[in-house]
Design a binder for this molecule. Structure first.
Ligand code: SF4
Ligand code: SF4
Length: 131
């Protein structure tokens, strides 16, 4: 299988796996530093002592106390069944509205990589994936 293949921006991976994912504190640090409340408001936080919070309430000093980070939530903390940053353009192509600062779980996902093996996506860029 080729190591690098070209994403065709069909959006299937974001539609199927772009929600209900776990985050890491390293995702949150730049969002806090850059006051990205537009992103942080969609993050669910649980601390090691059991407290829960919305990402928009966090400061950098809270990061070491976090035990779980979940993507994504809507108003009232309800888990979403879609990614709020996913866009389908008029040309049918998928776009990430936070591409430059997307979480590690998204940045590291390449369906053609050996560890993923397409993962039931029927990814059109995974042309060399064995059946
Ligand atoms: S499923 Fe494949 S081609 Fe479609 S957006 Fe994801 S990586 Fe790109
Ligand atoms: S944050 Fe971006 S890359 Fe991640 S699921 Fe949403 S649209 Fe896709």
């Amino acid at each position: 299988m080729a190591k690098d293949q070209d994403c065709l921006q069909c959006g299937r991976c974001c539609e199927k796996w772009g929600w209900g994912q776990n985050g890491i504190p390293g995702d949150l640090a730049p969002w806090i530093a850059d006051s990205r409340a537009d992103i942080l408001q969609h993050v669910s936080i649980r601390f090691a002592d059991g407290r829960r919070a919305n990402g928009a309430e966090l400061s950098a000093s809270d990061l070491p106390a976090i035990s779980k980070i979940r993507y994504w939530v809507g108003p009232g903390g309800r888990m979403l069944d879609h990614c709020p940053f996913f866009l389908k353009g008029d040309d049918g192509k998928a776009w990430c509205r936070i591409h430059d600062t997307k979480p590690a779980v998204c940045a590291g996902f390449a369906p053609w990589a050996d560890i993923w093996h397409d993962y039931a996506l029927d990814c059109p860029a995974c042309r060399d994936t064995a059946p």
